[in-house]
Design a protein around this ligand. Structure first.
Ligand SMILES: Cc1ncc(COP(=O)(O)O)c(C=O)c1O
Length: 412
C-alpha cells in the first residue's frame, strides 16, 4: 500500500482524502438544495402522472455481511418507467423554463397545465438540446414529449445504440457523434446557439448555470424520498452517503440536500468515480482549490460517469465537503451489479446498471478487502454505520447488464 499526502493507492481503487475539508455548512453554499426547495421540486414532480417514489431497498443481510449497521440502496430503476433517475432533472428544468416563459412560479403550474393547449400556444415552438451518455437525454426527450415540444440530443462516441433508440422512442432526434463527452457538450452548445435551441445540459460552466441548477434541484426529489423512507424504517439519518460522480451534478445535489437537512450532523460523503474519468479525484489530489479535467476517450464501463470536466456549481460543494474521493476500476462497479442483482437470501433484489452499482461495488471492496483496512478506519465505516447508496440506473444497457451479471464481464 502506498500512503502519501492522504492518498491510498490500492489494487483496484485509489482513495484520496480531502486535504482541505470544511466543517458542515462552513464552505460552499448549499441553500439551493435546501429541504424547502426540495419540497417545492417534489410538489411539481407529484403532478406528473408517472410519479411514484422509487423503493429504498434495505439490505440487512448484506449490511451484516459487510460488517455495517445498515446498507440502504435507493432503486432508481423504477423512476417514471425510464430506468434511471435523470428524468427528475430534465423534467424539472423544462418545467421551470416553461413556467418562466408563462410568467409563473413553478408552484403555480402543474404538468397538466404545462401540457395544455393554452400553455402550448403561449410559449410557442421550442427545441431543447443536449448531450447525453443516455440517461439525461432520455429524460429530456421524455419531458419534451410530455410538453409537446421538440428535443435534439447528441451522444458521445461509443454510446450504446440501444440507449440512442430509447431516446428516439420519445420522438427526439438523436445521433451518436465521434466526439468524447465534453467535446460533444461543446458541439451541442454551438449548434444550439446557431439555431436558437434551448440547451438543457446537466453540467454548468461560467455563464451557463441557471438551467443546470434547476437540474440539480430536480434530483432532490429522490433525496427527499430517501430521507422520508429511511426515517419510516427507523433510521434517523445516514452516517455515510456514497455518491457516484460524472460531472458531479448528481453528487452535488445529494450532498447539498443532506447537508442542508442535517447541518452539523451531516453524514460523511464519499465520492466514487471510474478511474478513466476521475476528475474530482484528480482535483482532490491537486488540492489547489481549482477543478482539474481529465481528457481523452474517458473509456469506462460506467458510461454515465464518463465525464472529464467537473460541473462548476457542484464543484465547490464537492471540493469542500466530501471526506474522500475513490477512483475505481471498472471491475468494482461490475461487482456492485452482481451483488445487487443476486442478493443474499431475504434481501430485496436491485437491478443496477454500471453507473448505478459503482458505489455498492466500492462499499463491498472497502469493507471486505484486507488491504482496505486503513481506508475503512479513516472513513469511519464500521458496525454502527448506516450507509446510503443510490442505484441511479437499472439495466439501461441490457446487453452490458447481462454480459456483466451472467457472463462475468469486468470491464469495457
Ligand atoms: C446512471 C447515472 N448515474 C450517475 C450519473 C452521474 O451524474 P453527474 O454527471 O451529474 O455526476 C449519471 C450521469 O449521466 C448517470 O447516468
Amino acid at each position: 500500500m502506498n500512503s502519501r499526502k492522504g492518498e491510498l493507492t490500492l489494487s483496484k481503487v485509489k482513495i484520496q482524502f480531502n486535504g482541505n475539508p470544511k466543517a458542515p455548512l462552513a464552505g460552499a453554499d448549499v441553500s439551493l438544495l435546501s429541504r424547502e426547495n426540495a419540497e417545492k421540486v417534489r410538489a411539481f414532480h407529484r403532478t406528473i402522472d408517472a410519479y411514484e417514489p422509487t423503493p429504498l431497498a434495505r439490505l440487512q443481510h448484506l449490511a451484516q455481511d459487510f460488517g455495517l449497521g445498515e446498507v440502504l440502496v435507493k432503486d432508481e430503476s423504477y423512476r417514471f418507467g425510464l430506468n434511471a433517475f435523470k428524468v427528475l432533472g430534465g423534467s424539472y428544468a423544462v418545467a421551470e423554463i416553461l413556467a418562466h416563459k408563462l410568467g409563473k412560479d413553478i408552484s403555480e403550474v402543474s404538468c397538466e397545465y404545462l401540457r395544455s393547449q393554452e400553455a402550448r400556444n403561449a410559449v410557442g415552438d421550442l427545441t431543447f438540446a443536449s448531450t447525453t451518455d443516455g440517461n439525461h437525454g432520455r429524460g429530456l426527450a421524455w419531458a419534451a414529449e410530455q410538453f409537446n415540444q421538440k428535443a435534439i440530443i447528441y451522444m458521445p462516441k461509443g454510446s450504446d445504440p440501444v440507449r440512442r433508440d430509447n431516446i428516439r422512442a420519445h420522438g427526439a432526434e438523436c445521433t451518436i457523434s465521434d466526439l468524447n463527452y465534453d467535446d460533444c457538450v461543446r458541439m451541442a452548445w454551438e449548434k444550439a446557439q446557431q439555431n436558437g435551441w434551448i440547451t438543457v445540459q446537466d453540467t454548468a460552466w461560467k455563464g451557463y448555470e441557471e438551467i443546470p441548477n434547476y437540474i440539480m434541484q430536480g434530483y432532490t426529489t429522490l433525496a427527499l424520498e430517501a430521507l422520508e423512507q429511511m426515517q419510516a424504517m427507523g433510521v434517523d439519518r445516514p452516517t455515510h452517503v456514497l455518491l457516484q460522480a460524472g460531472v458531479g451534478c448528481f453528487a452535488g445535489s445529494m450532498l447539498g440536500f443532506f447537508m442542508s437537512v442535517f447541518g452539523e450532523n451531516a453524514p460523511t460523503f464519499i465520492i466514487v468515480e471510474p478511474e478513466a474519468a476521475n476528475c474530482f479525484y484528480v482535483s482532490a489530489v491537486a488540492n489547489d482549490g481549482t477543478p482539474h479535467a481529465v481528457e481523452g476517450d474517458l473509456a469506462t464501463l460506467m458510461a454515465g460517469l464518463a465525464c472529464g470536466e467537473p460541473n462548476l456549481t457542484s464543484w465547490e460543494m464537492l471540493r469542500d465537503y466530501p471526506v474522500a474521493y475513490a477512483s475505481c476500476q471498472d471491475s468494482v462497479a461490475a461487482n456492485g451489479m452482481r451483488i445487487l442483482g443476486a442478493p443474499l437470501p431475504g434481501d430485496p433484489q436491485v437491478v443496477s446498471g454500471e453507473s448505478g452499482a459503482a458505489t455498492t461495488g466500492f462499499l463491498q471492496w472497502v469493507m471486505q478487502q484486507d488491504e482496505a483496512e486503513e481506508a475503512r478506519e479513516r472513513l469511519g465505516l464500521d458496525a454502527s454505520s448506516k450507509v446510503l447508496c443510490i442505484s441511479t440506473e437499472g439495466d439501461t444497457s441490457p446487453r452490458t447488464y447481462r454480459d456483466v451479471v451472467w457472463f462475468g464481464r469486468r470491464n469495457l
